[in-house]
Ligand binder design. Sequence first.
Ligand code: ZN
Ligand code: MN
Length: 439
Amino acid sequence: MKYEPVMGLEIHVELNTKTKMFCRCSADYFGKEPNTHTCPVCLGLPGALPYINEQAIENCIKIGLALNCSVNKVSYFERKNYFYPDLPKGYQISQLVLPIAINGWIEVENEKGEVKIVRINRAHQEEDTGKLMHSGNETLIDYNRSDVPLVEIVTEPDFTDTAQIKDYAKKLQQIFRYLGVSNADMEHGDMRLEANISVRPVGQKELPNYRVELKNINSFRFMAQAVEYEIKRQTESLEKGEKLVQETRGWDEDKRQTYVQRTKEEAHDYRYFPEPDLPEMRLQNLELKAKQETPELPHEKMKRFVQQYQISKANASILTENKNLANFFEDAVTIGKDKDVTESQVANYIVNQKVDFQKTTPLALIEVILSKKLGIIEDEETLTKLAKETIEESPQFVLAYKAGKTTILQAFIGNVMRKTGGKADTSKLRQILEKLLSE
Ligand code: ZN
Ligand code: MN
């Protein structure tokens, strides 16, 4: 029997709002002195009351809209109850029944340019937990991260290979950065991935009941390795006729294998119920505001670049990877226009020379392109003279060429390039050489 994996992905992304989700402590906690960004609300002290950060809700809506979700007109928060020392209240304020955004989709393109549609189940708002720090046999807790706004994005089980998962996660990272709602830095834990994986016989429609959750993976590479391992492990078990169980597994980077964290018997019952300290939200006005403030997204920008500037899709895709690079390109195009530098010259130069836009300015770039253009020898008479010289210098090459070894032409071109310091126009030079050699 043949088997195939069916997989879904959950992404947690930390928002970069000024303040936390339900209090006014600074949310900019990374690298700060432990427990200095805290107050009774985010420490979960009895009697402290939360209030909603509107900017966070707007950012969550922006994410939902970018993923083609519908925004619920009414949404509310719930308590997700579980015990863990990094969760001071004993529950996480999250959403279950009426999340902010539902039923979306996103197009993800692979390296070959094939497009896949991934369905989005939901994007909901919640709060982050504190951070445990283990040293020796002591564990310390830092509550600076407690209550930092977190958005959870859940896909339908639409992935069938590891590369798709990686492409999707990278695409979302790009969207978060374009929207400006998160730095989406994996190393800082701004973005955390969880995959659900089960392997089933090819052709089987229903989802198996032995779904494995891979938890808390903080790099694209580890996620890909863990997923690959898990597909292999499940396939081998099924081939041996073993029974698989629903469980949560982690990734052991040293052993390079997944390991059991929790089985179904210990699975959590979160006893969700509506958060009584927070009001229901009506989201229509915020949705309008979010729509107005949403910038051009990466795939829209890419399409526009191809149409407006007549550049290749490959170049447009590289130039729109990063919003600041895209702006740099457009500024350079504007400056170049008055100086006879075309859009595709600018695009080619940035892409081929791997220009670091942070180390130069659009004006400086155009000047470099112009200086290169000025130095190029295009004059036919000069090129012919140079070509004749190199032919006379290497009679053995001429013989080889005439005997059918036409690749030797490259050696003539190389000689001329050496003489001119790389300034000869190669396509013109090639024509001239071909003509001279066939005489
Ligand atoms: Zn606080
Ligand atoms: Mn969550």
